[in-house]
Ligand binder design. Structure first.
Ligand code: MLT
Ligand code: ZN
Length: 475
């Protein structure tokens, strides 16, 4: 079917509001947040219901039209943008954003895939519960994308990743069939765990249209501190001290470098450092409990006092109000934006065993500076679960394009360190387009073969998110 005909048939399914074809309307869907990829598309399809998604996917399958499946388009690895060849149509879930159900006794919520993570968090909070997934892009990232990429974020140390929160999924398969797996059971051993297969499949096996998410009790006491620490080793020591106090109390334990903090303070309006002196290393600690009398403030103060006395912590600021808590978190969450404003940077979203995080930071910094003298390592992230964003910022005043042209050399240098430490080349951002070339080396042999067989079984024509995850998949 010629594309003009297909597009008019698609309009028949989703209506005028559900179809964008004007290049000025489709432009935001064709470039990724990092501006690494500039794709092209004839149309962005925006269905408003699962039935419409199913009809769209069925029609595209019949026409042999590939689909780039997109949520909030916040991927760090080019996972949601269409290819440069212009053949892919973009399937956006953004108009599907209803809460279908919240049950505070079952501790579950059922939501449409296009709802932003922030809106879902707010809906859970309004019902007296906590949706315990928190990522820097939560204002734009959508539930479908968050699950499709198995996003992690700040609370993984306590609650696991997105996959761990998905009790049920609703999926539109490559041929347009709908699998209604919206069960909200804690125990359900009935064959292969399909929801775990679709979570993290990055849109290559099916389209997530809705999910049942596991909720947690809302926190009644939350305490947050920002500390300057002597070294990454000192940050890890501090983490171990909080774990020894009560691992269940730790809601987040984040590391930041002096370089990253400097960039946030320079580029992000309204940020200030609430400590006497800037430092080379920082830790942000959040403790939380559903109990009102958990004594977390006393615990935080006593662990920090001892760490100050032992010269592990240099200085500490404790949030005294919700506004101060938000201000401390802003210093951490604006890291990606600040680095973008500073210039070109190459991201390495990697994980190692928690105990190896200081080795990773030290050895990868050395490797990168050796490779590109003057380049600026900006390691930061989720120390409590072993996931560091080992980002490398271009040397000051250098040509950004020349720096970015070396991205594979930089990623490979960091990955060599990661491999030696028993880590992974992608912790929470996924493989997307950017890291497909790494798959044979890291996941080759039987593992990649299993993935290819699954892909062939579920999407034999290779129409769902081509060019993502699997190397050599059709574009
Ligand atoms: C974060 O934790 O802020 C994100 O994963 C962003 C990043 O890696 O730059
Ligand atoms: Zn992160």
């Amino acid at each position: 079917m010629p594309y003009a005909e297909l597009i008019s048939a698609l309009r028949g399914i989703v209506g005028d509001r559900g179809l964008l074809t004007d290049p000025s309307d489709t432009a935001p869907y064709t470039a990724d947040w990092r501006r690494l990829y500039q794709g092209r598309t004839e149309a962005v399809i925006r269905p408003a219901s699962t039935a419409e998604v199913a009809a769209v996917v069925r029609l595209c399958a019949e026409a042999g039209a590939p689909l780039a499946i997109q949520g909030g388009n916040t991927s760090m690895v080019g996972g949601a943008v269409p290819a440069e060849n212009g053949r892919e149509l973009v399937l956006s879930l953004a108009r599907m954003r209803q809460v279908r159900d919240i049950d505070p006794l079952d501790m579950t919520m059922t939501v449409d895939a296009g709802m932003t993570l922030k809106a879902a968090q707010d809906a859970a909070a309004a019902a007296g519960c906590l949706l315990p997934l928190s990522i820097s892009s939560e204002g734009s990232a959508q539930i479908g994308g968050v699950l499709a990429t198995n996003a992690g974020g700040n609370n993984t140390v306590r609650y696991g990743n997105a996959r761990d929160l998905a009790l049920g999924l609703e999926i539109v398969l490559a041929d347009g069939q709908v699998w209604d797996g919206l069960r909200r059971l804690r125990k359900d051993n009935t064959g292969y765990c399909l929801r775990h297969l679709f979570a993290g499949s990055e849109g290559t096996l099916g389209v997530i249209t809705a999910a049942v998410l596991r909720l947690a009790p809302r926190s009644r006491e939350i305490v947050v501190a920002l500390c300057s620490v002597r070294s990454p080793e000192a940050a890890l020591d501090l983490f171990a001290r909080f774990q020894a106090y009560d691992p269940a109390a730790i809601q987040a334990f984040e590391y930041m470098s002096g370089m990253g903090m400097e960039m946030v303070l320079k580029h992000i309006d309204g940020t200030t450092l609430p400590l006497a002196q800037p430092a080379d290393h920082y830790a942000l600690i959040e403790l939380a409990s559903p109990r009102l009398d958990a004594g977390l403030r006393e615990a935080l103060e006593s662990v920090l006092e001892k760490a100050l006395a032992d010269d592990i912590v240099i200085d500490a600021a404790l949030a005294e109000s919700e506004a101060q808590r938000a201000a401390l978190w802003r210093l951490r969450e604006e890291h990606a934006e600040a680095q973008k404003r500073e210039g070109a940077s190459v991201k390495n979203d990697v994980s190692v065993p928690v105990s190896k995080v200081p080795d990773l930071i030290g050895q990868a910094s050395e490797a990168c500076i050796g490779l590109i003298p003057g380049s600026r390592p900006v390691p930061f992230g989720h120390m409590g679960d072993g996931n560091i964003h080992f980002n490398l910022e271009q040397p000051e005043g250098a040509d950004p394009d020349a720096f970015l042209a070396r991205d594979h050399a930089i990623m490979d240098a960091v990955n060599e360190v990661v491999r030696a430490l028993g880590g992974s080349f992608s912790a929470e951002h996924g493989v997307g387009k950017l890291k497909t070339y790494m798959m044979p080396e890291w996941r080759g042999g039987a593992e990649l073969e299993i993935m290819r067989r699954i892909k062939r079984a579920l999407d034999p024509a290779g129409l769902l998110n081509p060019g993502k995850v699997l190397p050599g998949s059709m574009e």
